[in-house]
Design a protein around this ligand. Structure first.
Ligand code: AMP
Ligand code: MG
Length: 419
């Protein structure tokens, strides 16, 4: 049977590079840039004032020791610059952000002045260039202002908008389809008849997509019938980059996803991975469409989604770092691998940190139908199949859930300790 590493490698090999689309900047929020963006102009565009006060041209004999009085000859306001040149001994009233007139050598903040009609007394003279934001100090025309694969977060969008950039090239977000299977499943708001189960896994996948700003483009539930499953897969496959099915990939008589996928023209790449939970995971492709057949148990859905679907989704989005965040962690007591032979995706919670190493506690019980354990965990470690125990103090890579909030704890501690 395939190892997790080999299976992930196969998925990666078949993940196409995302297509590139031009979009209005504000409609590209949350997506990743597919181009490096350069500055069409310098920033600041012109020399401007950092303070409300007076732009002054000091007379040659000015010194701190004797009071200085300058003649106010105009005003430079935001949007209404004063267009003449200052001569020595004159001042122009100026507002924050307003262009600094020619000839001014510094700005004297209003707090350091006293005004008398058209004259201003300076209480200090500061230094040459004080409070002037010089043109091009932050960015020169042609400088790179956003790298390729940068996420269009609110500040990045604002930054580009400030340059008048209205259209950007981004990686086209993947179109994702969800198909749940199972005769026993009903919508979550239905009253259950004997033997029925709520279709809760659909909620998980929709949630995972929502975290990336995506909604499924096609969402269906099909009964355990080969023809209906094949039809839905064919239909979904026409309009998706990523197709996720839930349930029906095991060896049961009513598990039809694999046969249905092949009937719909998908090419299988693997079925079954040496892992627990999630062993019957199925992966196939049709042209550019990737199909993940997830086993239906809730914990299997979560874990296979995180190990296989999540990084694929991030790659399809064009994200530079598609994997889950990781920490180094250790247990304070030995932990037994109860299922040797298959890699164990062991759910853990973080109880604290010691020398920046996360202190882990296995969560239990770890059965593929027991979602409660996931809700109490922060992430998981992967215990190799050949291991029967994990020693106390042995270090592991902890894969954090994308939604766990505890990853904030470590940097906070670091900050506190470095004062
Ligand atoms: P299967 O992989 O189809 O054999 O399903 C395994 C178990 O997961 C069964 O108990 C199903 O009822 C349950 N299951 C399958 N799909 C879902 C779903 N969408 N939501 C909740 N439970 C599910
Ligand atoms: Mg089923």
């Amino acid at each position: 049977m395939l190892t997790i590493k080999a299976a992930r490698e196969i998925v990666r090999e078949h993940t196409p590079t995302p297509l590139i689309k031009e979009r209005r900047l504000i409609e590209a929020r949350g997506l990743y840039l597919a181009e490096q963006v350069t500055a069409p102009e310098q920033l600041p565009r012109v020399d401007n004032s950092a303070m409300d006060g007076y732009a002054v041209a000091l007379p040659g004999n000015a010194s701190v020791d004797k009071p200085i009085k300058l003649e106010i000859i105009g005003e430079s306001r935001a949007g209404m610059p004063w267009k003449e040149t200052l001569t020595a001994g004159t001042a122009v009233q100026i507002s924050t952000g307003a262009p600094v007139p020619e000839g001014a050598d510094r700005i004297i903040p209003v707090e350091d002045t006293t005004r008398e009609d058209d004259q201003v007394w300076l209480k200090t003279i500061g230094r040459e260039h004080d409070h002037i934001r010089f043109a091009g100090r932050e960015v020169l025309a042609g400088d790179v202002i956003a790298e390729k694969q940068v996420k269009l977060t609110p500040p990045v969008v604002t930054w580009l908008a400030g340059f008048g950039i209205d259209r950007v090239k981004v990686f086209a977000p993947p179109r994702v389809s969800l198909i749940t299977t199972g005769e026993e499943l009903v919508d979550i708001n239905q009253t259950l008849k004997p033997g029925q189960v709520r279709n809760s896994n659909r909620t998980f996948l929709e949630g995972l997509l929502a975290e990336e700003g995506l909604e499924p483009t096609y969402c269906r539930h099909v009964p355990d019938v080969l023809e209906a499953t094949s039809k839905a897969l064919d239909e979904a496959g026409r309009n998706s980059d990523l197709l996720i099915t839930v349930g029906g990939v095991s060896v049961g008589q009513h598990d039809h996803v694999k046969a249905a996928a092949e009937q719909a023209g998908f090419r299988p790449h693997f079925w079954r991975v040496a892992q627990k939970p999630g062993m019957p995971l199925y992966f196939a492709t049709r042209d550019r469409t990737l199909l993940f057949g997830l086993p239906g148990n809730p914990v299997s859905v979560v874990m296979t989604s995180l190990v296989y679907v999540y990084p694929t989704l991030k790659r399809l989005l064009g994200a530079p770092d598609p994997e889950l965040r990781t920490f180094v962690g250790q247990f304070d007591q030995p932990v037994e691998n109860l299922d040797p032979g298959r890699a164990k995706l062991l759910l853990v919670s973080i109880t604290g940190y010691q020398h920046y190493i996360a202190q882990l506690q296995p969560q239990g019980p770890q059965e593929s139908h027991m979602l409660s354990t996931v809700t109490k965990s922060d992430g998981f470690i992967i215990i190799p199949g050949e291991r029967t125990t994990v020693e106390k103090d042995e270090t592991f890579t902890v894969h954090l859930f994308p939604w766990t909030e505890k990853h904030g704890t470590l940097p906070q501690r670091k900050r506190a300790e470095s004062g």
